[in-house]
Every structure is written in C-alpha cells, then in structure tokens.
Design a protein around this ligand. Structure first.
Ligand code: NAD
Length: 336
C-alpha cells in the first residue's frame, strides 16, 4: 500500500545538508522548505535542489500546512526555541545533537512535545552506524554475556571548526562536553542504560579560544551495576574518532567509527586472541536516522532517541561538569 509523503523543512544548511539530501532520497518525504540566515547559501541550495520554499526566517515556516517535519540543524543555542515553536505549531521535530544546551532547555522541549502530542527525536547519529548497532545487539543478545564495563570516546579537535561566527567558542552557546561529548555519553548510555553517578576530571591545554576544559574524563556508575569511562577531547593533537569498547562476561568488543574493522574476543573461541571483523563504512547514517524518524511519524512509533533520552544525556554531561567543579561524585538525573 503506498504511504503518504511527509513534508520536510530543514533549518540550518551546514549539518542540515545531510538531512535535506536524506529527505530528497526518501520515498515518503517531500523536501518542501529550506531555511538559513545565510542568503547566498540558501539561494544556492534551493536552486540546486529545486526546493519550492526558501526563507531566511524560520518563523515563516511555522504555519505552513505542507510541512509535517521540521529538521532543526542550527547551532545548539537555537534548538530549544525552534523546537518548541515547531512543536507548538503542530509539527514533528528532529533536532540535531545535543538536544539543547541545558537540562532546563531539554525540559521545555519535552513539555512541548507532550502538550502537542508530537514526535520529538534527537539526532544522535552514532546509533545509526552499523558497528555501533552491532555492539548494541551483541550486548543484548548474549553474544558478549553480561556487560560490566563500557568505554567511549569522542575525540575531535575543534580549533578550526568554531562554526559560523565561532559560536562553539562562546561559553554561553556551547559547553564542549554537552555539544560534542554527547556522542560518547549517548553511546555509553545506549549500551549500559541509565547512569547513577559520575566523577569527572578535566584540564585545558590546547584551545585557548575555548573557555572550558578541552579534555574531560568521566567515571560512570550505571544503575545496571556496570561501570564505564567516557572521554571527551575537543583539543586533541590526533585524528578524530568516536570509539567504543564493550566488556562482557563472554567477550569484549573494541572498535570505532573510522576504521574498516573492529576487534572481538570471545571466551568460547579463544580469549587470548582478537578476531578481526570487517566493518562497512559509516556512510548513510543520517539517511537511516531520518528514515527511522519518518517511520516513527507514519506508524506512531517511539523514536530511538526521544526527548527523554536526549535530556538524560545532557543531564549526565552537566553532572560531570558539576563534578569537575566540586571534585565530588554527582548523581545523574533521569526523571524526565
Ligand atoms: N551529528 C553530527 O555528527 C553533527 C555534526 C556537525 C554538527 N552537528 C550539529 O548541527 C548543528 C549545527 O552545526 P553546524 O556544524 O552545521 O554549525 P555551523 O555554524 O557550521 O552552521 C550553522 C548553519 O546554520 C545557519 N544559521 C545560524 N543561525 C540560524 C538561524 N537563526 N536560522 C537559520 N539558520 C541559521 C548558519 O548560517 C549556518 O549555515 C549543531 O547543533 C551541531 O551540534 C551535528
């Protein structure tokens, strides 16, 4: 049975480019509108992809009946206001990670989704990379046994990628642990569930234009009994990657999002050796992410990363920031 097409608007056309290309390719999506305050970029993209509506003011899109989904890909400090406005206008919203800058902003977004009965998804794209999907499945189907330790890292030097107007270096607009570290936090939470408590340390050796710590290491105690370590560097003198280790009672898995292989050691095979697993490239993760959200809207399903999940990740980051400030372990909030 042919299904309806959902009208999609994409706001913010840097990261948003991957979102609008995914919308163009999806059989149940119609790319209706593009929005960016950079008029030259907006006009070029609208002409190139023949998009009917192009505006520099996102508010122009709120009342359009041909828009079902707003994809919000603007800098972090716009996420709350835009998400709440589109939800209040009756649209479903997929918002780029991090969900928002603070726990309070996340709470407002969750409330807007609830009062309007609309879908809200946070675009934590790692959950759509095949290696991370395998890690999740093998953590749950018994392959790795009981998971008792997880390690994740988000290592990315931001020196040359402050964003338009260098918003990433404005301490009011982004904390690097919330904005970038959310990738590693979300992965750890996805594998091990809700966190109970964190204890974090950080330092600042590399990026003078960033006013926060550029290296942060977090010890985490999960409610499941597992423990973990989350590492975030926004100033590292090394290549970018997001990596993951999952340690279980039957085996251990090690891999990242940039190599074409992962390592698996299984007790029942031989725990003294690593098995080298070939891994497909990570391309198409954003397309899978949008396809998942479209499926959730069409079939009234819960998004894999809903507002509550997005908020728990932001809350863990702020618990870690508080721990760095006080030198004490801090409880994580999960009641959203
Ligand atoms: N999933 C990922 O791996 C990933 C990667 C990069 C960025 N992101 C997220 O995407 C978001 C945007 O990041 P970016 O790298 O594209 O930033 P950027 O600064 O490079 O680009 C932001 C774009 O938004 C536009 N913009 C700014 N304010 C606007 C407004 N009020 N209305 C309309 N357009 C506006 C700018 O003109 C620019 O084109 C951030 O939240 C970031 O965390 C996610």
């Amino acid at each position: 049975m042919p299904e309806e097409k959902l009208g999609v608007a994409v706001i913010g056309l840097h990261m948003g480019q991957a979102h609008f290309l995914a919308a163009i390719e999806h059989p149940n999506a119609e790319l209706v509108a593009l929005c960016d305050t950079d008029e030259g970029l907006l006009d070029a993209r609208a002409a190139e992809y023949n998009v009917p509506v192009a505006t520099t003011d996102w508010r122009d899109l709120l009342d359009r009946p041909d828009i079902d989904i707003a994809s919000i890909c603007t800098p972090d400090h716009f996420h709350r206001e835009m998400t709440c406005a589109f939800l209040d206008a009756g649209k479903h919203v997929i918002v780029e990670k991090p969900m928002a800058r603070t726990v309070e902003e996340c709470e407002e977004m969750i409330a807007a989704a609830r009062r309007n009965d609309r879908k809200l998804m946070v675009a934590q794209v790692c959950r759509f990379y095949s290696f991370f999907e395998d890690a999740k499945r093998w953590s749950e189907d018994g392959t790795l046994g009981e998971v008792y330790y997880v390690e994740t890292s988000y290592l990315h030097n931001y020196e040359e990628i402050g964003g338009v107007g260098n918003w990433r270096f404005d301490p009011e607009k982004r904390h690097p642990l919330v904005g970038g570290g959310c990738h590693a936090i979300d992965l750890a939470r996805w594998i091990c569930g809700d966190a109970e408590e964190v204890h974090a340390y950080g330092n600042h050796y590399n990026i003078p234009q960033q006013q926060w710590e550029d290296l942060i290491t977090i010890n985490v105690k999960f409610k499941s009994g597992a423990v973990g370590r989350i590492l975030n560097s926004s100033g590292c003198q090394r290549p970018y990657n997001i990596d993951l280790q999952v340690w279980g009672t039957k085996g251990t898995l090690v891999g990242d999002n940039t190599q074409d292989y992962a390592l698996l050691s299984l007790r029942e095979v031989n725990r003294h050796i690593w098995l080298r697993l070939p891994k497909p490239p990570m391309a198409k993760a954003v397309a899978s992410e949008l396809a998942h959200f479209i499926d959730c809207v069409l079939h009234d399903r819960q998004p894999l990363i809903d507002g509550v999940d997005g908020a728990k990740t932001v809350a863990l980051a702020w618990a870690a920031i508080e721990s760095m400030r006080t030198g004490q372990p801090v409880k994580c909030r999960n009641d959203f």
